[in-house]
Design a protein around this ligand. Sequence first.
Ligand code: TMP
Ligand code: ASP
Length: 236
Amino acid sequence: MERLELLYVGKAKRVFRTESEDLLILEFTDVATAFNGKKKGNIADKGAINNEMSVYLFNTLEDLEIPTHFVQKLGDREMLVKRVEIIPIEVVMRNIVAGSLSKRLGISEGFELETPVLEFYYKSDELGDPMINEYHIMAMKLASKMEMKKIKDLAFKINTCLINEFSKAGLKLVDFKLEFGRYKGQIILADEISPDTCRLWDMKTNEKFDKDRFRRDLGDVEDAYKEALKRLLGGR
Ligand code: TMP
Ligand code: ASP
């Protein structure tokens, strides 16, 4: 499948049209942003790593009958995906307190939550992705009640699967962000699953292997991304 014209430039990905109406090509770049684009940089090989990790995890989820937009890996930095209508909600799942939850509730990072916490944020760069709840989602007609039921169900199933995958890699899945889309009347998982969108801590030492190394200037960013992928793929 050839890439045709550029349709959209995101913060870390570029989206191309293909000869098929139903398919798009995602290109993962090395550009890193944080704090709603206020901090910018480059992480060497990040595009290839995030593509490879997403390919592996989408395949794993598909094997468990969780529908995703993934069709095929095309190149080091490219994947072919189904053309979905993105639902403008960031779906965040948390197993361990970190980041904005720690600040909001005054709970130390690292506190293990009794049950996973699901949160929704309205995807809007101008507004800085404000947190919303299901009432806002219904009132703004971002998604229907049935769609939200499906999204919640998929998010918890995905959490169980990803916790298991990362634990085999010696990593704790602290939290992560998902995006869903509509495709031929179905809700499917879209976007990516990578160290950009997950917090991943070493099982024993809590060393960080994710984008917090960039956000917080912790150093060894490239090596952390490489190590997370290496551990996940294991001998493969
Ligand atoms: P937070 O603690 O900053 O709210 O982030 C929760 C999780 O969501 C964390 O794994 C990082 C991820 N995330 C994104 O992928 N994109 C974003 O824009 C934000 C704010 C968080
Ligand atoms: N990706 C988001 C941004 O640029 C935020 C983040 O991941 O911290 O701004």
